[in-house]
Ligand binder design. Structure first.
Ligand code: KE4
Length: 432
């Protein structure tokens, strides 16, 4: 192909068309396709620090951070050096390594977990934690909250039944009724609904699975003491609590939320942008996992040396000062966004249970998925595209979180301060 031709075929529009010929929707994960905001995705060529560059040469301040992993920003020199060093020694052995012990020790040292098993994705982590809870309790049913996302295992892709007494039904074609027949879906922040579900299904619920701080309906704060009461409620009915920290783990604090639970799942940050995740908890539970115990769980690339190197380098750089910077940066961005939207007269709620946060375009306080779903997603779409035009890449969905990184500096914040008022005006125009 001539240079000009090659050049012509490297625009995001051209790549989107080409990608769609060989990849469903042109992306390898649905949210990337901009379905939630309209338009077509930009294809990223490279990234460094807080910024990404697309194939057309446009630069963006990145507030997605690969959906959480890039807490230190892109291509951090120490992370890149660690991965390069590891790659030079081989990319995968399918045999145990020192690095896996060191990463497991980091996680155990930072969290309530006594033991962990490394896997390659958050889906694998939560799927394995549920299998372990089912084995430990001898029960099959799982209770989850509407709006919480725990990866795409069949039984998690369940829509709520008509009431807590009715079991879930498939929320995606290809998920058999039998898979969700053991899933109970209740509203988030509703302990009475959890209690009612236990009453309706006595002796059947193996685990309550919750996001420690929900981020997949946008960021939603657990009510005061919710996680702690959930733990007590699960135990009162002979069930275990799985606290899903794939998104919050090592981001909102050194050990994540670390609310009381029997099992925890992690991902994203612990891989530093490479595929690494984990599930863990009490040793008496984890020692049921094969080969220590009978509960089967496996993975060709679990504990992959490159992912472990990236994760270790990332966790070792995440000291108290890093968390203070993440919190301060998140607070400043929340302030700037709130100020701009208020000035433009756009109804909104900045929902910031931690340094991961969302801006809901609506006046209603957001306590659960129904509240989140009431927001004006069209206004968010206009806001998103105006920010993209202004060189800021927000999450392409009103039901996701904004993720900050330690790479966001004063220059980036002043860029945001310039971009937000115009984007707020764009949202106001949609609403008028
Ligand atoms: P993965 O299988 O995508 O690594 O992790 C699934 C998962 C599990 N638990 C929680 C709390 C999660 O947030 C996720 C995945 N998060 C989404 C972002 N909302 C991943 C982005 C995507 O699907 O492309």
């Amino acid at each position: 192909m001539s240079d000009k031709n090659a050049q012509q075929h490297t625009t995001s529009a051209a790549l989107n068309e080409r990608a769609s010929r060989v990849i469903p929707g042109g992306v390898n994960s649905p949210v990337r396709a901009f379905g939630g905001v309209g338009g077509e995705p930009v294809f990223i060529a490279d990234a460094s620090g807080a910024r990404m560059r697309d194939v057309d040469g446009n630069s963006y301040l990145d507030l997605v951070g690969s959906w959480g992993p890039l807490v230190l920003g892109h291509a951090h020199p120490e992370v890149v050096a660690a991965v390069t060093r590891a790659a030079g020694k081989g990319t995968s052995y399918g045999a145990p390594t020192l690095g896996e012990i060191e990463l497991a020790e980091q996680i155990v040292g930072r969290t309530p977990c006594e033991k962990v098993r490394l896997v390659s994705s958050g889906t694998e982590a939560t799927m394995s934690a549920v299998r372990l809870a089912r084995a430990a309790t001898g029960r099959d049913a799982v209770l989850k909250f509407a709006g919480c996302y725990h990866g795409h295992a069949d039984y998690f892709l369940a829509a709520a039944g008509s009431g807590v007494a009715t079991l879930g039904h498939p929320d995606s074609p290809g998920v058999p009724e039998t898979a969700t027949a053991e899933t109970v879906v209740v509203p988030y922040n509703d302990l009475a609904a959890v209690e009612a579900a236990f009453e309706a299904h006595p002796g059947r619920i193996a685990a309550v699975v919750t996001e420690a701080i929900p981020g997949n309906m946008g960021a939603v704060a657990p009510a005061d003491g919710f996680n702690e009461k959930l733990f007590d409620l699960a135990h009162a009915h002979g069930a275990l609590l799985v606290s899903d920290e794939v998104m919050t783990g090592f981001r909102v604090g050194p050990g994540g939320v670390a609310a009381p639970a029997d099992l925890y799942t992690y991902g994203k940050v612990m891989g530093g942008g490479l595929p690494a995740a984990a599930f863990g908890g009490r040793a008496d539970l984890m020692d049921r996992i094969s080969p220590a115990g009978p509960v089967y769980q496996a993975g060709t690339l679990s504990g992959n040396p490159l992912a472990v190197a990236a994760g270790l380098a990332t966790l070792r750089l995440l000291d108290e000062a890093a968390y203070r910077k993440l919190d301060a940066t998140a607070a400043e961005i929340q302030r700037l966004a709130g100020e701009a939207l208020t000035k433009a007269g756009v109804p909104h709620r900045v929902s910031a249970p931690a340094n991961l946060f969302s801006v809901f375009f609506g006046e209603r306080p957001v306590r659960n998925f129904d509240d989140a779903a009431a927001q004006d997603t069209e206004a968010y779409g206009a806001f998103f595209h105006a920010m993209l035009e202004a060189g800021v890449h927000l999450p392409p969905s009103a039901f996701e979180c904004w993720f900050v990184s330690t790479a966001i500096d004063e220059e980036a914040l002043s860029h945001l301060a310039q971009a937000l008022p115009r984007a707020a005006e764009a949202a106001a125009r949609v609403r008028s």
